[in-house]
Design a protein around this ligand. Sequence first.
Ligand SMILES: NC(=O)c1ccc[n+]([C@@H]2O[C@H](COP(=O)([O-])OP(=O)(O)OC[C@H]3O[C@@H](n4cnc5c(N)ncnc54)[C@H](O)[C@@H]3O)[C@@H](O)[C@H]2O)c1
Length: 404
Amino acid sequence: MILNGDDPDVLAAPVPVAVVGAGAMGSGIAQIAAQAGHDVHLVDAVDGAARAARERLHATLSRLAGKGKISAEDAAATASRLHVAPTVRALPQVGLVIEAAVEDLTVKQALFAELEARQDAAVLATNTSSLDTSAIASGLHRPDRVIGLHFFNPPPLMRLVEVIHGPHNATEAGGALLDAASELMRRWGKTPVRCTSTPGFIVNRVARPFYGEAQRMVGAGEIDPATLDLAMRDAGFRMGPMELTDLIGQDVNLAVGTSVWEQTGRDPRYEPTDYQRDLVSAGRLGRKSGAGVFTYDDAGVAQNAHADVSRAATITAADAPLAGNPVARTLAMLVNEAVDLVARDEATAEDVDTAMRLGTNYPKGPFEWGREIGFATIADQLTDLDRRYPGGRYRPSPALRDAG
Ligand SMILES: NC(=O)c1ccc[n+]([C@@H]2O[C@H](COP(=O)([O-])OP(=O)(O)OC[C@H]3O[C@@H](n4cnc5c(N)ncnc54)[C@H](O)[C@@H]3O)[C@@H](O)[C@H]2O)c1
C-alpha cells in the first residue's frame, strides 16, 4: 500500500471511495466520483440523510440524461455505483475517503481517528475549507495518510480542487500520495493546484481584498455600492464585490474573512470591516434575507442599485487618483497577496493564477495582472496607500520588488 511506499499507484485503479457527510459538498463529490467510475459509499451522522442524498443524486442523473448531457446507460450505471452505509464503522474497506462533514475541528479529529482505525489502506482526505489539515491529522499514528482535497461549490460544476498538504505530509510516502491524489483529480476532470495548509489556502486567502477594499471604500462614503460594482464589472470581473457578497451571504463571507484574520494572528491585512459587521448584526445577510448591501424584491431584483455610469468611468481612468479608484486598489492588493503567498513557498505562481481564475472566475490571474501593471508600480501604489491609511493593511510584500 502507498503508505509503505510499496504501491504509489494505489489511486490509479477505480478504487472504492467513501464520502463522509452527505450534505451539499459530500453529495456533489459523491456524484463526481461515481461518474468517474468509482463505487461510492455515502455515510452521514443524521439518520436517513445519506439515503436522501442518494435519491437526490438519482434524480440529478435522470435529469442530466433527460437533457442529453449524459447517456441513459451512463446515468443508470452511475446510479448503481452509489451506495449508502449506516455508519462509518459499517463502511467497507476503500481506497479513498473524502470527509465532508461539519466544519468543526473536534468532530473531524474524532472522525479521522475512527477512519484510521477502521480503514487499513485508504487515503484519508478532508474537504475542510478553513481548518489546518495538520491539526486534523495530529492525533493519528500515520498523519501522512491525511491530505486536503478542497472542492468548490457546486463540486460537479467547479473544476478547481486545492490539494492541501502540511508538515505532516513530509514523508516519502506522503509526497507520493499527494502526486497520486492530484493525478486522480485530473482523471475526475478537475484541475488540481497544490497549496500548503496556510489559512484560507489559495482562493479564500488571495480573494480577501476583493471584498475588503470595496467595503472600506463604501463604508467610508467614498463611493456608492452600485457604482463600485459597475466599475469592477467594467474591469472584467463577472460580479462586483457588493452584489457577490449579497449572493454568497454577508454572514458566510464575514465568517471566512474572520477565520483567516484569526488564524493569521489578526494580521491587519485581513481585518473584517465594520461595514460588513454592521450589515450582519442588522440581519442584512444578502439575497437570502431579502436585503444586504442592496434590497431585493420578491423576484430577487435589487431595488437600490443605481450606478452612476460616468462616475464609474472617471474614477477608473488612467490618471484618476489611486485612493478613489476601486479597481487599481483591489488589483494592487490582490497581486500583493499572491506574491506574498508564493514568496512564503505556500504555492507556485502558476497554481495561484489557475486557482483564482477557476475558483473565483477572475478574468485574469494575479500574476498576469502583476506583469501587466508592473510589480514595481504596484509596490509604489501600496506604499502610497500605506502612507495614507497607516496600520499595516497596505504594507507591500518585500517580494513585490523582486517579482516578475
Ligand atoms: N459549502 C461550501 O461552499 C463548501 C465549499 C468547500 C468546502 N466546504 C466544506 O465541506 C464540509 C461540508 O460542508 P457542506 O456545505 O456540505 O455542509 P452541509 O451542512 O451541507 O453538510 C454536512 C453534512 O455532514 C453531516 N455530518 C455532520 N457531522 C458528521 C459526522 N460526525 N459524521 C458524518 N456526517 C456528519 C451533516 O449531517 C450534514 O449532512 C465542511 O467542512 C465545509 O467547510 C464547504
